[in-house]
Design a binder for this molecule. Structure first.
Ligand code: SF4
Length: 282
């Protein structure tokens, strides 16, 4: 009997990534020559696709020899825009509007005298975008309770908490409550983006479905939001994180009659279709 496939109610490319992908493709199709600073979205297949279109990925502004530099949906610090301008580069900015909201809101909180807290990964490009240009005394990036306990929160007049857009907020609730218990002038910005919330909620529902025995989460190796989907589903059902159909091991499918599929916000529809086709042929 063929394996039954159930897709999550919501999965895959978010609006921010769709817009970024489209902007770069249109630019390349119109004959534009540019280099992308970091992966345009955290998906290796999309990066390969961009390279085929002549849009190579670089890791520093210095490496750009093309007339245009592309800033990804994750956003960059203001100083990167200045640096690009100084080098005479044209900027194609594909920063997601939700990321720009956090840039704006965190600047305002800082001007209001708040100490800034970013819940997330200090090495993630989105977080670097928020923090790179700040005085190191003005903010903390934290992700564990141990880190939170190490900081004298009472010494700040007020604290404002921001979340990296693609986090699973529940995992950080205890940490944020701890900060609030020490400093009563702590407030939170609701910065987990809608696409992330919807994909996470739908992944949870899929994993709770009694018929589904195994979940495959499709996405790039460096995609934080894909990893968070896997963290959610793997607590409920056996789950594997894959980049595409080639990663599926036959032994995973032994005795399985129904598989749930979901995908991160940086996973193109074509890869999801390809995985489904492979499974239906298995
Ligand atoms: S996951 Fe959300 S914040 Fe990130 S690019 Fe997509 S819409 Fe924007």
């Amino acid at each position: 009997m063929p394996i039954k496939i159930k897709r999550a109610g919501k999965f895959g490319f978010c609006s921010g990534v769709r817009v970024a992908d489209l902007k770069v493709r249109r630019f390349a199709a119109g004959g534009g020559r540019g280099a992308i600073l970091g992966q345009v979205v955290h998906n290796e297949r999309v990066v390969e696709d961009m390279e085929r279109l002549g849009m190579r990925t670089v890791h520093t502004i210095e490496e750009v020899s093309e007339p245009t530099i592309v800033f990804s949906a994750h956003g960059v610090p203001d100083s990167f825009h200045e640096h690009a301008r100084e080098r005479g580069l044209h900027v194609l900015d594909t920063t997601c509007r939700f990321v720009y909201d956090i840039h704006r809101e965190s600047r305002k909180a800082l001007a209001d005298g708040c100490h800034l807290v970013f819940m997330g990964d200090p090495n993630h490009r989105e977080v670097i975008g928020y923090t790179h240009d700040l005085d190191p005394a003005a903010f903390h990036v934290i992700s564990t309770m141990a880190e939170a306990r190490d900081i004298d929160w009472a010494s700040y007049r007020a604290v404002k908490v921001f979340y990296q857009t693609t986090l699973n907020a529940e995992e950080f609730e205890e940490i944020v409550r701890y900060i609030e218990s020490i400093n009563s002038r702590t407030s939170r910005a609701d910065t987990i983006c809608y696409a992330t919330k919807e994909n996470q909620e739908a992944a949870r529902e899929l994993a709770m479905d009694d018929e589904v025995q195994l979940i495959l989460v499709i996405g790039g190796r460096q995609s934080a939001n894909t990893r968070h989907l896997w963290e959610i589903t793997s607590r409920i059902k056996p789950s594997h994180l894959i980049q595409g159909a080639a990663d599926i091991l036959p032994e995973w499918l032994e005795g399985i009659s129904c598989i749930g599929l979901t995908a991160g916000a940086s996973t193109p529809d074509s890869i999801i279709d390809e995985v489904e086709e492979t499974l239906t042929r298995a």
